[in-house]
Structure formats: structure tokens, C-alpha cells
Design a protein around this ligand. Structure first.
Ligand code: FSX
Length: 301
């Protein structure tokens, strides 16, 4: 796949402050993209709702035309993505095999990995060479070995998430549990598109983000900019006693903001339009390891 990267660079430069990209990273990125072709990204779906891909599709450039197709196909060199690629069937799988054989690819996984029934509740493709079905469990295990980096997109891939919630009938595990090695986790159900773009930009610039004990980039998931720390309702006198009360703290109603390290309260969602608490909904701590069971029940009387 031929790569044109000007619009991604333009986007990163114009949106650096919004995304949280250091200008020194943008410079490195510029250099890296001018020098060589971007590594292929092989994107696999485990058990999920596809919300992570929908979230990424919300990337809209302030600096002109950058949509998800431009970002993933023309810039990041997306070689395989079950929901976004044009190719299907044997052609798509053969393209993936060729890229895998060459090595040096980034493996992105969204969704948890079912392990019960030998993983046969989640089939990712049929191997054109053997005619055999391949499970997400087999695909992730095999492809992680040759990857330059393994990105877990969303809480399901990072920690198990909703599909791993009690009673977890298909024994979902996180990617890290499956491969037994290091992963870069970008949780959130779904993750913010800026968090994904930020991480891809770091990797393309040849950098390895520093990770916290949950495998998340420290720069994106820090207690200092956590949901409660920066919540505009924090200093307001009085707590909301019922839902639908504008402007008051939602802690009494079960808001999990104090346990959530994401920067949603300052970054906002839908291109800066609003966020969960801004819309009078509680924070569910969806970026945290253990979500959803650890934080359930979500609502209090
Ligand atoms: Fe999970 Fe993503 Fe939540 Fe959905 O792929 S993190 S259920 S938004 O789609 O994996």
C-alpha cells in the first residue's frame, strides 16, 4: 500500500496542543516519515462492540482533510483491519500473511480474547492455505511474536473489559495475559481518538512511551490530570441528589471520577463538544483495570 503522509503531519502539527503531542515528537515524526515507509499496522478484532474503531473514526482535523481513511490507510499504512479495509476474504488474509512474514509491523488489537472452547467463539479468518478457521486466540499469539509493538486498543484488549465481565462465559482474557509479554495499553470503552493518534505518532516517530503499572502511556493516563482532579464540578458547593441536576458533583450518585486516571474532563469528547459528566452522566471509570465489575453497581439511590 502506497503511503502519503503530508496530511497526517499537517494534522499533528496543527493539533499538537490538543492531542498533547510535544513539538519535539512532531519533529521526530516529520523526520521518520520523510525517511522511510511507515511500518504496516495489522489490526485484529477480538470480542468487542467495534466502538473503538467508531471512536477512531471521529478524528476530524482542525487543519483540513484528515478523516479516518486518510489517517489509517494513507498515513499509518494500515494493511489489515476487518472493518475498514477494502479487501476481503483470501486476498485480505494473504496480504496480512505477507506483511507478517516481512516483520516489523505494529500489531493493534481491539477486543478481549476468548479462551474457552479453544477460542472457537471468535474466528478471525479462514486460512486460504489450509481451509482451517483461525481463532483470535491463535492469531494474536502468533502475530505478537513478530510485532515491533503490540497495541491494545480499548479496555477489552487491555484488561478484558465488558466481555470479560461476570460470568465471562467465554473466558475472555486481555492480550497481555495471552501473549505473556509487554503491550502498550490504550484503554477506554471506547478510547479517545486523540489517545490512539498520540500513541501511533510516538511509535512512528521511533519513540517508546513510558508506561504505568497498567501498561498505559503515563503521559495520557496520569492521576494529575484524572477525571476528578480536573473536574469543573469539583469545587462547586453541594452534591447532586438526583440525576438531571446541572453543574453539581455527581459523587453521591456513584460517579467513579476519583478512581479514573483519564483526562476526559479537560480533553472532552466528540471534537471538544462535551464529556460524560458534562452531559450529567456519571464517570464509569472505563479506562481502569477491572472495569466494569470492579466499579459495579454503577448507580446509587
Ligand atoms: Fe471494548 Fe472496543 Fe468498549 Fe467496544 O473494540 S473497549 S466494548 S467501546 O469496541 O473493545
Amino acid at each position: 500500500m502506497k503511503v502519503s503522509r503530508r496530511s497526517f503531519l499537517k494534522y499533528c502539527i496543527a493539533s499538537a496542543a490538543t492531542i498533547g503531542l510535544d513539538l519535539s515528537v512532531v519533529k521526530l515524526l516529520e523526520k521518520a516519515l520523510a525517511a522511510a515507509e511507515a511500518p504496516p499496522v495489522l489490526w485484529l478484532n477480538g470480542a468487542n462492540c467495534t466502538g473503538c474503531t467508531v471512536s477512531l473514526a471521529n478524528v476530524v482535523a482542525h487543519a483540513g482533510a484528515l478523516d479516518v481513511g486518510d489517517l489509517l490507510i494513507n498515513t499509518i499504512n494500515l494493511t489489515f483491519h476487518p472493518n475498514l479495509m477494502g479487501a476481503a476474504g483470501d486476498l485480505a488474509v494473504t496480504t496480512l500473511f505477507d506483511a507478517a512474514q516481512a516483520g516489523g509491523y505494529i500489531l493493534a488489537v481491539d477486543g478481549g480474547i476468548p479462551t474457552a472452547f479453544d477460542g472457537h467463539t471468535c474466528i478471525v479468518w479462514t486460512d486460504p492455505r489450509t481451509g482451517m478457521e483461525v481463532t483470535a486466540l491463535e492469531a494474536v499469539t502468533e502475530l505478537a511474536g513478530g510485532a515491533a509493538a503490540v497495541l491494545c486498543i480499548g479496555t477489552c484488549a487491555s484488561f478484558g473489559g465488558i466481555p470479560a465481565g461476570n460470568p465471562n462465559p467465554t473466558s475472555i482474557r486481555s492480550v497481555r495475559e495471552i501473549i505473556g509479554g509487554s503491550t502498550i495499553n490504550i484503554p477506554g470503552c471506547p478510547p479517545h481518538p486523540d489517545w490512539m493518534v498520540w500513541t501511533f505518532a510516538q511509535l512512528l516517530a521511533g519513540l517508546s512511551p513510558k508506561l504505568d503499572s497498567s501498561g498505559r502511556p503515563k503521559e495520557l493516563f496520569s492521576g494529575k490530570s484524572g477525571v476528578h482532579k480536573k473536574c469543573p464540578r469539583k469545587e462547586v458547593d453541594g452534591k447532586a441528589a438526583t440525576f438531571g441536576t446541572d453543574g453539581l458533583c455527581l459523587k453521591k450518585l456513584g460517579c467513579r471520577g476519583p478512581e479514573c486516571k483519564a483526562d476526559c474532563s479537560t480533553r472532552l469528547w466528540n471534537n471538544g463538544t462535551n464529556w460524560c459528566v458534562g452531559a450529567n452522566a456519571i464517570c464509569l471509570a472505563c479506562t481502569e483495570n477491572g472495569f466494569p465489575d470492579k466499579f459495579s453497581p454503577f448507580y446509587r439511590d
